[in-house]
Design a protein around this ligand. Sequence first.
Ligand code: GDD
Ligand code: MN
Length: 414
Amino acid sequence: MKTNSSHSLLTVPTGPLKILELPPNSVGISSESIHLSLVIPTYKERDNIKNVVSILSQLLDESIPGNYELIVVDDDSPDRTWEIAQSLLTEYPQLRVMRRQQERGLSSAVIRGWQAATGSVLGVIDGDLQHPPEVLTQLLRSVDEGADLAVASRHVDGGGVSSWSIVRRVLSRGAQMLGLVILPGVLGRVSDPMSGYFMVRRSAIANATLNPVGYKILLEVIGRGKVDQVAEVGYVFCERKEGESKVTWKQYIDYIHHLVRLRLSTGQVGRLSRKVNFPVRRFLRFGLVGFSGVFVDMAVLYLLSDPTTLAWPVTPSKIIAGEIAILNNFFWNDAWTFADVSARQQQWQQRLKRFVKFNAICLAGLVLNVLILNLVLNFIIPNRYIANFIAIAVVTIWNFWINLKLSWRVTDVK
Ligand code: GDD
Ligand code: MN
């Protein structure tokens, strides 16, 4: 890689998170590709980094001398972990250091590191010594013996967690169970899908565009890669001695988001969406938002018109309830369903314009709703609930399609 002087940092790759089939041209160092590239993602690990680098180097110098590289990918840690790593470069010739300033996040850090890597086997290990380094040799052996992916697992023979509270154990297993329900084809393949300690053959993930959120990069590798043979090696997740974990409740949200995204893009929905060229994912979101609007509408109607609350007349109450539901739906569609589009048009005038259009389209949808209900009821199916259901379904598609074309279309892009 680009390491002209031994003190310089690796250039941070940009563009899509995609690993090349062949390692990037190695300038300066041997033109041969090396065997193992091990990424160490770090964020605020100043008290661990020196130790980690020294222990890993010693271990790999024994098993595959000169045939590996350690790549520290630091997200511009405020404790200047990257600077300490950089100061180790002269002492450890197999060490590379990347300092990321534009992007953040564990999973993308790992992928950026792999993009800069020259190895034919790509690995990752935490930078806080919670992953026992000795396991590295077993992981590597598994890959050498034919595995496409070798995962260090807490849930096979020889594995475990040191002294986790019952709460943490339950949370961890609960997350795994939820994952099994949402994505059985991915989570079901390994006993510890949450592991952040594994090695994968470059060829198994080359050319797949990885798109992870949050912490769990392994899900992405299994979900989007071409992984046939999987090996697992037991390990005990040690306690942290220095620094602290970066896991917060946000990682749980990210995890669920990640599961759903993988499910939608790799499963049947994803295939369907590509085949019929209809934005299925957006439509599902739009539908979900619409569904939430029903509850908002009901709640406001209750608050305003129920005899036990304000007891207003039903018509003005319903108009207000409907309008608040429309506001609710607009908010979520703008922030979620069409987030990519609205991110490019953030001025409040542009938002207001979208809102007015959305409102008008929803009102037209209401008229359409009444029309279809009557048509179906009088000429096709003489059951008002089935007729209403059909009317709602048609209007949802109408609302979605027209809003897609008119409200959230990309205009005046610079
Ligand atoms: N570059 C970068 N950017 N590194 C990060 C970031 C980030 O935003 N967040 C965390 N890291 C680094 C930490 O410095 C550490 O080296 C490693 O990623 C794991 O982070 P911890 O905060 O220590 O996570 P943990 O101890 O809860 O470990 C859990 O997640 C790991 C990673 O998936 C466990 O599930 C492990 O099994 C798993 O390996
Ligand atoms: Mn940790």
